[in-house]
Design a protein around this ligand. Structure first.
Ligand code: ATP
Ligand code: MG
Length: 267
């Protein structure tokens, strides 16, 4: 614990990118961090150097009732990833069915990880309403709703505020916050939407991430933005968001106190 959900009513807004780079930021600041993929696209692992050809993941094991922690991969000295894995359509449907109908299924799979002292878990989800988001939200400490600085995202704000993403309030613990991604000062609409979101959301807007080509380039080279382009605007923006997340959750950062590598076998 703690558990953070990165979600959105919209696809392609940067959820996976934010999940991965937030995980890197917190790991760099000294926390042990686990990034979990709940999206059948299985793309999160690519941000952690896992080869495209590596189809390992927890979903196939989960439907056989195994402890999900057995599928954790080490991605750095205090950085871990739990890939969704390559699954068939039947396996995806079975996993979603279990998430939706068996109230103990998720807890059984995650309990070792949730009880691991000091482990920060950041979960990435498919866009829109989905069974994984609904199930995991009940255990989550914080939600980060990722939106773009465009009018389509703006039109979906009431959707979130009226609890239509999972049919109930997203978070009953630390609450839900917004991240506005790909803000571009050079574009009129983007500037206006960013200003509106800042005014409308106030403190619930945890941060604005600049549209920055180095984000896409870092993704393409399977590196974090901090390794690929540490002086970039996006690296600065994401680091600031990570500090705000840490403050909300009471995660101690920046003292370099936690450096012990947590290996797969420790779970
Ligand atoms: N701040 C940014 N600046 C420039 N490009 C970005 C930024 N954030 C994300 N991108 C690019 O936007 C694209 C979509 O990002 P990503 O895959 O993280 O979105 P997603 O919300 O996870 O998508 P999906 O809904 O398909 O899961 C990627 O090509 C990524 O490199
Ligand atoms: Mg994604």
């Amino acid at each position: 614990m703690p558990l953070v959900c990165v979600c959105s009513p919209k696809g392609g807004v940067g959820k996976t990118t934010v999940t991965a780079n937030l995980a890197y930021a917190l790991a760099r600041a000294g926390s042990k961090v686990l990034a979990i993929d709940f999206d059948v696209q299985n793309a999160l692992r690519l941000h952690f150097g896992v080869p495209l050809s590596d189809g390992r993941g927890y979903v196939t094991k989960a439907i056989e009732s195994a402890d999900w922690s057995q599928s954790v991969l080490t991605a750095g000295s205090n950085m871990f990833v739990l890939p969704y894995g390559d699954v068939t359509e039947d396996q995806r449907l079975e996993f979603e069915h279990l998430l939706a109908t068996d109230s103990h299924f998720l807890m059984r799979g995650l309990s070792t990880l949730l009880n691991y002292p000091g482990l920060v878990i950041i979960a990435d989800f498919p866009p829109g309403p989905n069974p994984a988001l609904k199930a995991v939200s009940r255990l989550a400490d914080l939600h980060l709703v990722t939106m773009l600085a465009d009018t389509a995202s703006l039109s979906l704000l009431p959707h979130i505020e009226n609890h239509r993403l999972i049919g109930e309030p997203l978070n009953n613990k630390a609450g839900y916050y917004f991240v506005l991604n790909q803000s571009d000062n050079r574009r009129h609409i983007s500037r206006d939407v960013t200003a509106f979101m800042q005014q409308h959301l106030g403190d619930r807007l945890l941060g604005v991430i600049n549209r920055d080509e180095s984000v896409a380039e870092a993704n393409a080279s399977q590196q974090s933005i901090f390794d690929f382009s540490p002086a970039s605007a996006a690296a600065f923006d994401i680091e600031l968001i990570s500090k705000r997340v840490a403050a909300i959750l009471g995660i101690k950062i920046g003292d370099g106190a936690v450096h012990t590598a947590l290996r797969t076998s420790n779970f």
